[in-house]
Ligand binder design. Structure first.
Ligand code: PDD
Length: 284
């Protein structure tokens, strides 16, 4: 069966899914996106993802291409037509197609909406979280509006590629003051030696991760103390544990950073509890 994607009102074979070359998403990365994990055919944290998508559009003054209810329908239809149980649903909305000019076109545009779905080995992600991953620090050279989930991802891509070439799974982005901001496509957490979990505040120019919010809630239920405060790269290297979070990354422990072991170099008890809680949450 061929993959089916949604492009501006039509469900098409993925290989034929195209947008116009004057699409502002293509020309300027004038677009926002979301990525939602599909587990057992169900979207994980659908409503918070929609809230964030609407916020991103609002911040960039992109007019929503449709209301939330029909959009939910499109998502479900893409999942149904692909018959995928565990997957990654990708949603991208660009300002639309217009003659190339940096400023917004004078007349309001019809925003472009595309939705794709690919298989995702969610059980493999959980297994990876049981082993942990290596990461490397990279300079955070992004702009000042990282709270907007925009497709303008070049600095993220370059950081991830650099980390990958060193043998890492993720890049830990560090600002000029030495503070960890987030990962190239993940939020970053440490478990301090006093057992308190620490993660940067979402008021501090990072993406407000949906998985981050869910993990905060799960941590509270497990009576694990979490503080929203920035930490430095040095703090991370001296931490008891470190982990990353994202829709496709659960709460994956980082067991080695820049070639240095974090804790004893294996997933620690706090991350392990959170992975288990998150797995249960997804499966509920
Ligand atoms: N990335 N920070 C950045 C920069 C991200 O791109 C992402 C998500 C996250 C985690 O957010 P969430 O928990 O809502 O997935 C944090 C997605 C998965 C991506 O770009 O594919």
């Amino acid at each position: 069966m061929s993959r089916i994607s949604y492009v501006n009102g039509a469900y098409v074979r993925h290989m034929n899914a195209v947008v116009h070359i004057d699409d502002r998403g293509y020309q300027f990365a004038d677009a926002v996106y979301e990525g939602i994990t599909v587990r057992h055919g169900r979207m994980v944290d659908l409503e918070p993802h929609l809230d964030r998508l609407w916020r991103s559009m609002g911040e960039l003054r992109i007019a929503p291409p449709m209301l939330r209810r029909p959009m939910r329908f499109v998502f479900r239809e893409v999942i149904r037509r692909n018959r995928i149980e565990n997957g990654f649903l990708y949603i991208q909305i660009s300002r639309g197609v217009a003659r190339r000019d940096h400023a917004f076109p004078a007349a309001p545009l019809q925003a472009s909406l595309i939705v794709t779905l690919k298989r995702l080995d969610v059980d493999g992600i959980i297994r990876r979280a049981e082993v942990g991953v290596k990461a490397f620090s990279e300079d955070d050279i992004r702009w000042g509006r990282c709270d907007v989930k925009s497709t303008s991802l070049l600095p993220n891509i370059l950081a991830k590629q650099s980390a990958k070439e060193k043998g890492g799974f993720e890049a830990v982005l560090v600002d000029v003051q030495g503070f960890v901001t987030e990962g190239s496509s993940t939020n970053m957490w440490i478990v301090r030696r006093d057992g308190v979990v620490q993660t940067r505040s979402t008021a501090d120019n990072i993406l407000p991760g949906i998985t981050r919010a869910t993990l905060m809630r799960l941590a509270r239920e497990l009576q694990i103390k979490v503080v929203e405060e920035a930490f430095t790269l040095k703090d991370a290297k001296g931490a008891a544990e470190m982990f990353l979070s994202s829709s496709t990354g659960c709460a994956t422990p980082i067991v080695e950073l820049d070639g240095q072991k974090i804790g004893d170099g294996t997933p620690g008890p706090v991350a392990t509890r959170l992975v288990e809680a998150y797995r249960k949450y997804m499966d509920a």
